[in-house]
Design a protein around this ligand. Structure first.
Ligand code: IMP
Length: 198
């Protein structure tokens, strides 16, 4: 038996993003009480100063553990486009500059890909879990390609222009359940949940 006790576990998910929080909450078993940064009174924006997706996830989880003392996990996601050498990658949220703007990011990416034949891309999520002084990483990858134009109006971020491999719909045409089954975040979070349930 794993020494981790999962009875009524309180865990902070280090995010201010309600979409992400809700998406993850639907996947968690009932015995895990998920708290957001707002729930613990952490109103500041935790700076993402890492050079990689992994580093950003780790530093956010450590920030909450060190400043608020809670067991915590944090995720970081990037969209890696093959013909753009992995861009926007760790800069996905602010690809078109400050302030964060999903629409401007999409416009910039479509523009960058105008002259590219290879539109293959992947989403990568890394989750860093800080639990009772131990740190673990969980990774999820979803392969796909970037569409020529926006399709669908659900989801967030690059969802309207990302079509996962093997599907004829964009992420923005999938409801949360459909998307979670195949998404980078879904894969990474199922790994986390498997670990917590052992
Ligand atoms: P974050 O690390 O989850 O905040 O993700 C960084 C950026 O990647 C977001 O601001 C979005 O632009 C993009 N992103 C992350 N996850 C998704 C997703 O599931 N669909 C579309 N875009 C996403």
């Amino acid at each position: 038996m794993n020494p981790i006790t999962t009875d009524n576990m309180k865990l902070v998910f280090a995010t201010h993003n309600k979409n992400k929080f809700n998406e993850v909450q639907t996947m968690l078993p009932d015995h895990i009480e998920l708290l957001s940064l707002d729930d613990i009174g952490c109103n500041e924006e935790i700076e993402e100063t890492g050079n990689t997706i992994d580093e950003n996830a780790i530093l956010k989880a450590e920030y909450v553990k060190n400043h608020y003392g809670h067991n915590c996990f944090a995720d970081d996601t990037g969209l890696e486009v093959h013909s753009l050498a992995g861009a926007p990658g760790v800069f996905s949220a602010r690809y078109a500059g400050e302030p964060k703007d999903d629409n401007a990011n999409i416009d910039k990416l479509l523009d960058q890909l105008k002259k590219q034949n290879d539109r293959s891309a992947r989403f990568k999520t890394v989750i860093a879990l800080n639990l009772d002084g131990r740190e673990n990483l969980f990774t999820g990858i979803c392969e796909g390609h970037i569409l020529e134009k926006r399709t669908g109006n659900m989801g967030f971020g690059y969802d309207p222009i990302f079509q996962p491999t093997g599907y004829t719909k964009s992420f923005a045409e999938m409801n949360m359940d459909e998307k979670s089954k195949i998404s980078h975040r879904g894969i990474a979070f199922r790994e986390l949940i498997d670990y917590l349930s052992k």
